[in-house]
Structures are given as C-alpha cells and as structure tokens.
Design a protein around this ligand. Sequence first.
Ligand code: XLS
Ligand code: NI
Ligand code: NI
Length: 437
Amino acid sequence: MPQHFPNVPVIKYEGPKSRNPFAFKHYDANQKVAGRRMKDHFRFAAAYWHVMRNGLADPFGAGTALMPWDDGSDSLDNALRRVPVFFEFLEKCGIDYYCFHDRDVAPEGATLKETHANLARVVKELKAHQKASGRRLLWGTACLFAHPRYAQGAATSPSADVFAYAASQVRHALEATKALGGEGYVFWGGREGYASLLNTDMKRELEHLAALLHLSVEHARKIGFKGQFYIEPKPREPSTHQYDSDAAACLNFLREHGLLKHFKLNLETNHATLAGHTMEHEMEVAIAAGALGSVDANRGDTLIGWDTDQFPTDLYLTTNIMLRILKMGGFTTGGLNFDAKRRRESHEPADLFHAHIGGMDAFARGLKIADAIIRDGRLDRFVDRRYASWDSGIGRKVESGKVTLAQLDAYAQGIKPPRLDSGRQEMLENLINEYVR
Ligand code: XLS
Ligand code: NI
Ligand code: NI
C-alpha cells in the first residue's frame, strides 16, 4: 500500500479498554449484532468532497487543511493523484463505500466536452482502485451548485440553457455512477430554491425540477442503471428557501409529480436540525412512506446554526438512528455516508482518521444500544399498549373504515367521558438511559 498517511496504521478493533486513538473501541466489522455483521448494518461510506476536497475554509478565513499530496491546482493530473490517497484512506479506515460529486473528482474543463472527458478519465482511475481494493460506490451525484452558472439554480434556473447544462452534467454523472457500479444516485437541491419571490415563478421552477428528475429516470432506464435514486432534503443554505426543505416537502413534491416510485430519501442529520426537526422525526416521516433510502451521517451545532457537518459522536443520536434502521429491517441500497468534516482547527491528515473512527464507534455503540432496547421490549410494549384501544371495538372499526361519523357520534354519546393513561415520557427517558452508558 502506498504511504500517504505514514503515521497512521490500519485501524483495527481493540475493544473498549484500548487507549489507542488509532483503534476502534466498539466497531468490530465482523461482529454480529441482531443477526447481521456490523459492517452490513452500517454500510459506511466516506465523502470524497470532505475527505479529499475540503480545505477547511470558513466564511471568514482560508483553508487550513494540510494535504501534502495535493498541489492546490485544478489540473487533471492533480485530480488523478488524489485518487490513490483516497483509497489508502478508505482501506486504512476499513470503510467499504464512498460517495462523490462529479466536480470533486474531476475538474471543470475549458469546454463542456473537455469537462466530460476529464470525468471519464478520473472514472477510469476510480474503477481501477475500486477493483484493486474491493471498495464500492454507494452513490454518485452532480455538483449543480458551485459554478457561477448555477447561481440562480440549476434545474430551477430562469435560464433554459442553464437547465440544459445541468442536464448534461447529470447525464454524465449518472453514466459515471453506472460505470462504477454505484448503488444509488443522489439529487441534493443545491441552489434549487429562491432568495426573493419578487423575481421568481415558483410553480414553473418546480415543474422544471420535476422535469429533470423524470428525464434522469428515463435515461437511467435507457442505459440500464439499476441503482436507487434519492432526493436529499435541506431547508436553507445556500438558498434562502430551498424547494426540498424537509422529508415531508420532498415526499409531497415526489407524489405530486409522479416520481415517488422512483425515488427514496437520503436524510442528513444536520439538514433535519436546520429544518427545525430532529433526525428521528425525519426518519419516521420517510419510513412511514416506505421511502427511507440512505443517511448522510453528521450533526450540527445548535450554537452556530449552519450546516456545520460535524462528525456524529452523540450516542443518543446514533441510538435513535439505529433504532429506526433496525425496525425498518436495515438498509438495502443505502448506507451511512459520513457527510462530515473536521473542524478548521483539526488540520492534520491524522484528524481525518480520528474523525471517522469516532463516527464509526459512535454508530457501533448506537447499534448495540438500540438492539438491547429492542430485545428488552419494554419500549415497544409500552407504545403498543398506548394504542391498544385501536386494536378492537370502535378503534378497529375506524381503522378499517367501517364506521360513519353518525355512528361515532352515537357511540360517543353512549360511553363515559374518556380518561387518558399517562404518556410516561420521563419513565421512558429513564429506560433509554438504562442502556445509553
Ligand atoms: C450539502 C449536502 C451535500 C449532499 C450531496 O449540504 O449535504 O453534501 O450530500 O450533494
Ligand atoms: Ni449530504
Ligand atoms: Ni449537508
């Protein structure tokens, strides 16, 4: 293996007593939990844009990240040199999957044709490294937000020519994803939204967004791409108002435009919190619609309120996520993609490893805790009992659509005033705390 991270060993599981910062304390890839190996529960992925391309700049200052393998240029050679570094990272960290945007891996050329040729060249390199290392592509996507041409949107731009450019990019990103055996393709809205309604025809923009998604689905069918399509909700940043603001808004949009059978959601924790929801809330909304596909694993900082994309280390968060993934029966095409970056102060290459190790260990604990809570059964039993009045009698009749409003009126007038049992929130919080330790 080449040595771009000479001071970092291959990360191994050493158990909870280990004090080695370059070891997993809880993530033991092949250990079985709830009948499945940990690695198969999580299907961890690393994000090319954060690991390789995030220089750790913020709105007030330049990047700080040390990347000795990168000459800082936007050349194709530099892009090709990054590939082996990334795969060395994946292998040392024991991460099986990755995700990328077209522009993370390959630079924009002087013409659109050259841009596509650059991508094709880097895809060749990625393919060779996937083959040599056994790593796989969880999903690909097109960056339809960084270039100034997309300043007013991509599919929702007022310019039809910009729409055509976006379509061209999606076509090539989709074909690259297929060539790499990608298991999914993501649409994150980027700048699909608006800053002012004074200059915006919202209905028309939304129809154009749906048109791009339909065209992409059709093209996927034509080229034989069998991967899952996802939409990734996010409420604001960069646009003031993003059309894909949260899970419910995305599901409504997909339903309205006849796209729900082709798409699932890729939910990101920091986007959920920016939308004023919890990740658990967003997951419940998606699961109820049979549309939870994949997760961008990170967390925000309530004291800052941006998409800070921090690594997930909170055990309540990972427990809550894993409770829902277990109940859903696990991922199929999706996985846990660390859409997360180090803090600007953590600028050394070794910090990439500390960050991912921490996220993986936090999810391993979340999985073990969630499994223990499910096996304990009290939480599920409590919820079942809370809704028991719907299992028979009048509740059952309502649920099966066998009652009229007049019959309910007659029923209500014939019973004693209803009394409620306690919701026992605090008792249940205590129950969770029996396991989160
Ligand atoms: C940005 C998004 C982005 C998507 C992929 O906030 O999270 O990184 O995951 O375009
Ligand atoms: Ni994301
Ligand atoms: Ni994000």
